[in-house]
Design a protein around this ligand. Sequence first.
Ligand code: HEM
Length: 147
Amino acid sequence: MVIPMLRFLKLCSLLVLLACLPACQTQPTDDALYHELGGMEGITRITDNFIYEIGFDKNIVRHFEETDLDRFREKFIEQVCELSGGPCRYSGDSMVDVHTNMNITEAEFNQTVDLLIAAMNRSGIAHPTQNKLLALLAPTRPDIIYQ
Ligand code: HEM
């Protein structure tokens, strides 16, 4: 009697886990992070500082030689706005489609994250807030790094 009961409970936890998977991603359920980042004004400032930082990094900027920076700026702002719970919908291409064939290494990915951190520091974003945004961007890692 105890063993079938245990099996039943195990199955229940598995079902709960599976049902929860999409919702359990680190997506916020409110717009608190969006406001902590300073809303559209703050996210725009972070993005502009990010582009500025990229411009000074010889190894990273070479990937952007052919890029329409206005589009990159617009799509990055949208992405951060949506991820942080703001009133935007990301209308850009998927992270896989955009970054495939760029042969981005793990070191380049980490370096780009460091540039984003520098941009957030320059924008006066508190470290706990920075970490919340970085946690939301972390799942993009396998889509961006060259396998
Ligand atoms: C946290 C990691 C990253 C995020 C969230 C991110 C996000 C984005 C977004 C939203 C776009 C615009 C997509 C569109 O135009 O539809 C984009 C484009 C681009 N990303 Fe990333 N990216 C990341 C990491 C990187 C890294 C590590 C590199 C290179 C070292 C890189 C290089 C590029 C380039 C060159 C483009 C422009 C592509 C083009 O010219 O069409 N990204 N990225």
